[in-house]
Design a protein around this ligand. Structure first.
Ligand code: AMP
Ligand code: TRP
Length: 339
């Protein structure tokens, strides 16, 4: 990544929390869009371990999950010749900028974030300031690279909207500093639902393992979970209001095969749910097989992983330092020779 931003290529930033093995929802809604974007954009991707400690997580587990997340992202096709992939806590400019942005963010704005409301309800004994402030660190992640586009799933739209508000407010107060980022939400599969309760999103933290397909699940497991997916008492494979389970399976099938939903409906016309579910399971398993193979290779080579995240982290730091220094100047901090 060159230090000067060439006018023709836009910059993409995205981050993902290392809180567990990625699900098919993470994959379809977010990660699988990251690799193709590398063709057209300069991409900066990050495993956001600092966000992960807003809920209690065992330190050894966090360390392990961070490396696993890093290897899973590489396995999904992040190419380090083209993009940066690093670990958030290695690049202190994010946290430094978030402090400054805190002072351009309103208490009321953060109180309205639905993720904060959900998570504080889920963990009523630990409604910590980090959980409240989470979206400001996320805004800093994005703004410290002056990112143009941010690929995320639908559920992150509200956080991204806040990042835009903060960027505009800061620019208004201190003069043009930040690019106001746009959300980049994939049209198909922006929201993959739970296989067991198809009105709820598929989530890493679901307690029922049958509700969630993990990107590292083996073929048999994937097929078994698809076969057990909750559907309805009809028998027609069509996308229609009220058929949440079938709608979800059609969405998944379409996302992994590239076929449109009408094409899929036609393919399974007159066939029962059993045949359809098996086909979905096979299509998902075939699609994910190369990811699983690449992951197995990568995770056993810790030396290689370290070399990758160290090199990318150093470059991300160099780049983001320039933006941070500009921000420090704008807000009136005395220039320092220390960094
Ligand atoms: P999370 O698992 O909440 O840390 O989300 C990581 C990324 O995956 C975010 O960009 C989410 O929007 C996306 N994501 C998570 N779950 C789903 C889902 N069920 N369907 C689509 N995208 C999702
Ligand atoms: N909050 C995002 C999520 O839960 C993760 C994230 C942190 C992120 N910083 C980001 C996503 C910056 C995009 C850009 O999915």
């Amino acid at each position: 990544m060159s230090e000067q931003k060439p006018a023709e290529k836009k910059l993409i930033f995205s981050g993902i929390q290392p809180t567990g093995t990625f699900t098919l929802g993470n994959y379809i809604g977010a990660i699988r869009n990251w690799a193709p974007l590398q063709k057209e954009y300069r991409c900066v991707y990050c495993v956001v371990d600092e966000h992960a400690i807003t809920v209690r997580i065992d330190p050894a587990k966090l360390r392990q999950k961070t490396l696993e997340a890093y290897a899973q992202l590489l396995a999904c096709g992040i190419d380090l010749e083209k993009s940066l992939l690093f670990i958030q806590s290695h690049v202190p400019t994010h946290a430094q900028l978030s402090w400054v942005l805190n002072c351009s963010t309103q208490f009321g704005e953060l109180s309205r974030m639905t993720q904060f409301k959900d998570k504080s309800q889920k963990h009523p004994d630990d409604v910590n300031a980090g959980l409240f402030d989470y979206p400001v660190l996320m805004a800093a992640d994005i703004l410290v690279y002056n990112a143009d586009l941010v690929p995320v799933g639908e559920d992150q739209r509200q956080h991204l909207e806040l990042a835009r508000v903060i960027a505009r407010r800061f620019n208004g107060r201190y003069g043009d500093t930040f690019t106001v980022p746009e959300a980049y939400i994939a049209p198909v599969g922006a929201k993959v639902m739970s296989l067991q309760e198809p009105t709820k999103k598929m989530s890493k933290s679901d307690e029922n393992p049958n509700a969630v397909i993990l990107i590292l699940d083996d073929k048999d497991t994937i097929i078994r979970k698809c076969k057990r997916a909750v559907t309805d008492s009809e028998s027609e494979v069509v996308f229609r209001e009220g058929k949440d389970g079938i709608n979800n399976l059609l969405t998944i099938y379409s996302a992994v095969t590239g076929k449109t939903i009408p094409e899929a409906e036609k393919e399974f016309d007159g066939q029962g749910y059993g045949t359809f579910k098996l086909a979905v399971g096979e299509a998902v398993a075939d699609h994910l097989a190369p990811v699983r193979e690449a992951y197995t290779r990568l995770i056993s080579d810790k030396g290689y992983l370290k070399e990758c995240y160290t090199r990318c982290g150093a470059e991300a730091l160099r780049y983001s330092m320039r933006v941070l220094n500009k921000v420090y100047r704008k807000v009136g901090f005395v220039q320092s020779e220390l960094h």
